[in-house]
Design a protein around this ligand. Structure first.
Ligand code: HQG
Length: 179
């Protein structure tokens, strides 16, 4: 992805997940906004975008962070929000084990409090160790925690699989975490 597309993609993550007001954008209750509104607001900030470019970003984004509706008129981030949106994802049965990538300085707190969603809407879990290592590396030297996801599910904890295949849940108690 070119540097310019990467820059616009990062800005889209910011406004579609965290701060729509930064460019005067409004999201609906489910996180969707018209593609045209996104284009207009970015243009107003002097950022050259059009529909084709937005569609390229959606299609080529490394983690498929964005989703378009069927007729490609609406866009939202598939997960990762800090603002309160109802993604209305279906509940899914997780595999036996999921992984959480984090880093050493958080471990004491995680061991006392469990995995909490912090600023986001959910705790994010990965299907593979490799992805968890990448997630943890964003914070420092990665540490991968093993989550007994199916056991949690059997006890009634809810799991959701986002459109871009990130596993989401509300909280992971310490009893289900091993390193
Ligand atoms: C940690 C990226 C102390 C948690 C990734 C994590 C992901 C605690 C940090 C997505 C804690 C929150 C989300 C506790 C959890 N005490 N620390 N009790 N419970 N933590 O960035 O999971 O590239 O909000 O371990 O790929 O790192 O943005 O969450 O280290 O899918 O699309 O608190 O963001 O995706 O950090 O990453 P984050 P995350 P994108």
């Amino acid at each position: 992805m070119s540097q310019q597309l990467n820059h616009i993609s990062k800005l889209m993550s910011l406004v579609l997940r965290h701060q729509p007001e930064k460019i005067g954008l409004q999201l609906d209750a489910h996180g969707w906004t018209p593609v045209q509104a996104l284009i207009d607001k970015l243009l107003a900030k002097g950022i050259a975008v059009n529909e084709a470019l937005i569609q390229t970003i959606v299609a080529t984004n490394d983690k498929q962070r964005f989703a378009l509706n069927d007729d490609k008129t609406m866009i939202r981030a598939s997960q990762g929000h800090s603002i309160d949106v109802a993604l209305n994802l279906p509940e899914s049965m997780p595999p036996n084990i999921l992984y959480h990538g984090t880093t050493g300085r958080f471990l004491n707190s995680i061991r006392s409090n469990g995995l909490q969603k912090q600023n986001r809407q959910h705790v994010h879990l990965s299907a593979t160790v490799e992805t968890a290592v990448a997630v943890g590396s964003r914070h420092g030297k990665p540490v991968v925690l093993h989550i007994q996801a199916k056991a949690m599910f059997d006890e009634g904890y809810k799991f959701y699989l986002s459109d871009n295949k990130v596993w989401l849940t509300d909280f992971v108690p310490i009893a289900y975490i091993t390193q």
